[in-house]
Ligand binder design. Structure first.
Ligand code: ATP
Ligand code: MG
Length: 257
């Protein structure tokens, strides 16, 4: 019995080492939703990132902060409005988005990583013109919601190579220096492509894409790119899941594992 358990442990370690060897030196972009940080304080997830870094794999963290932004806006007596999963962002909302994302959430994650024995540097997409944005142009005017126009990943790559885990808040900078509110999934997908990530992982408050989200909730365990359009069309993928799926599609066509 004891010998069996030891053999099993050995197997797990051997499998783990094979995985680590295959991924050594590669970059993995991980996106945390604000809700993930809310749910468990991000503790175990941050531990895993520090372990990966120690094993020679390079995680780059991109985060959102939706629920916290909504709470702060509520305290200021401002209601949040979303159109297709994107927060309508007037100038006052933009100030709050920037304060919460770059000031509070970003530095809280940096603190967690340091507490777990890792090294982290917190940045926003404005730093080093990492995420150059333009105003998002959809059917409705969403204010300072931006779309990623250019990505300059040099800063992230340099920090990563120096042993830091870069932590990126999803803000963009306009050509004129203006701040843009970027959906964190979209920002993470664009960064994953630019750093040549081997993997792109999105962590949120649901286990995956559900069929009939508002009803029986049946988890779709595997989803092929060719089947996505139909799920968007029939409304299965909506709200916060929409930018996630689109980011996966964009990154999936570009990433080379
Ligand atoms: N088919 C679906 N399956 C699962 N979740 C869905 C589906 N359609 C819409 N959603 C919504 O997507 C949400 C996840 O996206 P959301 O934007 O709320 O979180 P996040 O992206 O992790 O956080 P943040 O926006 O702060 O970065 C789920 O909580 C759910 O309400
Ligand atoms: Mg979201």
């Amino acid at each position: 019995m004891v010998a069996g358990a030891v053999a099993e442990q050995g197997l797990v370690i051997a499998q783990g080492l094979r995985y680590v060897n295959a991924w050594k030196g590669k970059t993995v972009v991980v996106k945390f939703g604000g809700s993930v940080l809310d749910a468990n304080g991000g503790g175990t997830l941050v531990q895993d990132l520090v372990l990966l870094k120690g094993a020679g794999i390079h995680p780059v963290l991109v985060h959102g902060g939706g629920p916290e932004i909504t709470r702060v806006l509520e305290r200021l007596g401002k209601e949040s409005t979303f159109v297709q999963g994107l927060r309508v962002t007037d100038a006052e909302t933009m100030d709050v988005v920037e304060m919460v994302l770059a000031g509070r959430t970003n530095k809280a994650i940096v603190s967690m990583i340091i507490r777990e024995g890792g090294q982290a540097v917190g940045l926003s997409g404005k730093d080093g013109r990492m995420l150059v944005a333009r105003k998002y142009r959809g059917d409705v005017d969403l204010g300072q919601v931006g779309e990623v126009h250019e990505v300059h990943p040099e800063l992230v790559l340099q920090l990563s190579a120096q042993g830091y885990i870069p932590v990126v808040a999803s803000l963009g900078i306009g050509e004129d220096g203006m701040s843009y509110n970027l959906n964190a999934d979209t920002a993470a997908g664009a960064l994953a492509v630019a750093v040549g990530a081997g993997k792109f992982v999105l962590l949120t408050d649901v286990p995956g894409v559900y069929r009939d989200y508002d009803g029986t909730r049946e988890l779709i365990s595997e989803l092929r790119a060719a089947d996505v359009a139909a799920l968007i069309e029939d409304g299965t993928v909506s709200r916060g899941m929409l930018p996630k799926i689109n980011a996966c599609l964009a990154a999936g066509t570009m990433l080379v594992p």
